[in-house]
Design a protein around this ligand. Structure first.
Ligand code: DGT
Ligand code: CA
Ligand code: CA
Ligand code: ZN
Length: 584
């Protein structure tokens, strides 16, 4: 068993114990072990061989014993026993928004419901409304959640698809005679969810490439196996298409299969009117019945033939990019290498997995000049939020980390909850002690649109707030964004000089692309942050950069592309209006 599989077993144990109503501390220890294991960079089997399983922080003797059991037998007796009591199908039920372990416990004990299908039937039949703590409203919510799950079920988060595609491409490069290779489709456009993975290659021996592709370990089912095109369904339920194209058509195929469909339709329209023909083999000048090929080996040629500049895949959604290319006003999109700091991350002081020093070292290794460590505030009990005392104790540790890791500025910061009434989770005088304050909503997601908008705007009006984090609270595919008037929030941010975050975590990615574009129009300063809960998650930054690019943003639109001094001067706290007039 690999680390991910073992982590999954512990996560299931935690959930099953929770459904049984076991001691929360016990539940938490399994949950924590699962997260720790998922974040390890080394294989558990290797750690075990060195006899160091018990040395992993957060792994006690009992859990270490279970890891050994899993490594030896592929099973864990306690897990199996729990699954005899509670059917495994409850995990599907937990994917329905609004259904947590407590609800599952109730449904299972009172009505014997253990599958999404029987849950749907019971909700439709009005059987849920009489259960303690549920009601007609919850019943409707569960039905909507089931519908959403089914719709989303067809698509995969960008993050997961990206890892999968990288794995496939690394494998092909190793086992097959591939020359050029690129992902195409929505993955190359870095859309937030992916329907299927499209990969293009050139090769002198296409059959061998196809052979290697359909025989990968991650293949659950071969959907098509041809000489130049194959499709497989992976064990994770994601479809992947592989095409081998002729080298002289590489650019044409890449352009065609990158899409989007709307972008291609618009482009082809333009081509026809200009006397050209575009397809996946090339671009052709049409003269009566004759066609003369004018390009197709390079992607640029497809655009140049029509008098257009090449444009980055992230823009290709037919939302004005073709017009902009025609008029020579395409944006110079921000790049990962422009990013100089990361302003949301969590350490062991709240729910992160690494120390302050480890986070700082990892950020420095990425070439960053500054970071903000934004551990959670006091109300975030389940995320080990910091009391004022602990926040102050941490300040002293940050001071030590600054000495231990020179060459990178560590801002003493916090991710502070916006409470239900729009007030912040620390008093103003405590906020004033911080170098950087990130505010965010973590509770009360069911508030009305008006209430949520007022709540957030009120929080932004607090002069200590520098930035708003993950502004819609969504978890892609799992939790809908809360209802909020984004236009009003962005207007307030622009007026008050508060920055708004693009959260780079692929589960979040909000501000999303279209909101980021609107934010720029309104003059809002943007931050791109990873929200890393471990040092390796700092590398998720590129997903946030891609989202910014999909929102047409340039380096100048993003605060954390600035060198430290200018970054600090651009924060809300540096605005003249904010400083308390100390000397009259
Ligand atoms: P997805 O997979 O749903 O996330 O989205 P895409 O964009 O990857 O779509 P997919 O996989 O169906 O096709 C890949 C690209 O191939 C698509 O972006 C554009 C191109 N394409 C596919 N079908 C058509 C079509 O009927 N017309 C045109 N113009 N292009 C197409
Ligand atoms: Ca696709
Ligand atoms: Ca496809
Ligand atoms: Zn957060």
């Amino acid at each position: 068993m690999n680390n991910a599989e073992i982590a999954e077993v512990f996560s299931q144990i935690a959930t099953l114990l929770e459904i049984k109503g076991e001691n929360p501390f016990r539940v938490r220890s399994y949950r924590r072990a699962s997260e720790t294991i998922a974040n390890l960079t080394e294989d558990l089997s290797a750690i075990r061989e060195r006899g160091e399983l018990r040395g992993i922080p957060g792994i006690g003797a009992a859990i270490a014993g279970k890891i050994e059991e899993l490594l030896d037998t592929g099973k864990c007796a306690q897990h199996q026993e729990l699954l005899r009591e509670i059917p495994e199908t409850v995990f599907e039920m937990l994917e329905v928004q609004g259904v947590g372990p407590k609800t599952v416990k109730l449904l299972w004990e009172k009505l014997g419901i253990a599958t999404v299908e029987s849950l749907e039937e019971a909700a439709r039949g009005g059987l849920l409304r009489d259960l303690p703590g549920l009601g007609e409203k919850t019943e409707q919510e569960i039905l909507r959640g089931i519908q959403r799950l089914r719709e989303y079920g067809e698509r995969t988060n960008l993050g997961a698809a990206w890892v999968l595609a990288r794995g496939i491409m690394d494998h092909l490069r190793e086992c097959a005679p591939v020359e050029r290779m690129e992902p195409a489709g929505s993955l190359r456009r870095m859309k937030e969810t992916i329907g299927d993975i499209d990969i293009l290659v050139t090769s002198q021996r296409p059959e061998e490439v196809m052979e290697c592709f359909v025989k990968m370990d991650c293949v659950a089912q071969v959907l098509a196996h041809g000489p130049t095109k194959s499709s497989v369904l992976t064990t994770e339920g994601v479809q992947a298409d592989l095409r081998v194209v002729a080298p002289e058509s590489w650019g044409a195929a890449l352009q065609y299969f990158t899409g989007s469909k709307q972008h291609n339709v618009h482009l082809r329209d333009l081509a026809v009117r200009a006397g050209f023909k575009l397809n996946e083999y090339g671009v052709f000048r049409v003269k009566g019945k004759r066609e003369e090929r004018v390009g197709g080996e390079r992607e640029e040629e497809m655009y140049q033939a029509l008098g257009l500049e090449w444009m980055p895949p992230e823009l290709r959604e037919d939302t004005g990019e073709i017009e902009a290319a025609r008029e020579g006003r395409l944006p110079r999109l921000v790049e990962l290498s422009d990013i100089k700091g990361d302003l949301q991350m969590h350490s062991e002081w709240s729910d992160g997995h690494n120390t302050l020093i480890e986070m700082a070292r990892a950020a420095k290794a990425l070439g960053y000049r500054y970071i903000a460590v934004t551990d959670h505030s006091v109300s975030e009990v389940q995320a080990n939020g910091m009391s004022v005392e602990r926040l102050r104790a941490r300040a002293a540790e940050i001071e030590k980390a600054r000495k231990a890791v020179p060459g990178i500025a560590i801002l003493n910061a916090a991710e502070v909850d916006i409470k239900g009434d729009g007030s912040l989770d620390y008093p103003d005088e405590v906020l004033a002690e911080l170098d950087f304050v990130l505010a965010s909503v973590h509770s009360g997601f069911k508030a009305t649109r008006d209430a949520m908008t007022r709540r957030i705007v009120k929080a932004l009006e607090n002069p200590h707030v520098d930035a708003l984090a993950h502004p819609t609270g969504r978890l892609i595919g799992r939790r809908e964004p809360y209802e909020v008037d984004m236009e009003a929030v962005l207007e307030a941010a622009a007026r008050l000089g508060v920055a708004v975050e693009i959260n780079a975590h692929p589960d979040r990615l909000d501000l999303k692309d279209v909101h980021a574009r609107r934010a720029k129009e309104l003059g809002v300063k943007i931050l791109i942050n990873t929200d890393a809960h471990s040092a390796d998650q700092l590398s998720l930054m590129h997903f946030g950069v891609a989202t910014a690019r999909r929102g047409w943003l340039e380096a100048a639109d993003i605060l954390n592309t600035l060198p430290l001094a200018r970054f600090k001067r651009s924060l809300r706290r540096a605005r003249p209006g904010r400083k308390r007039r100390r000397r009259g």
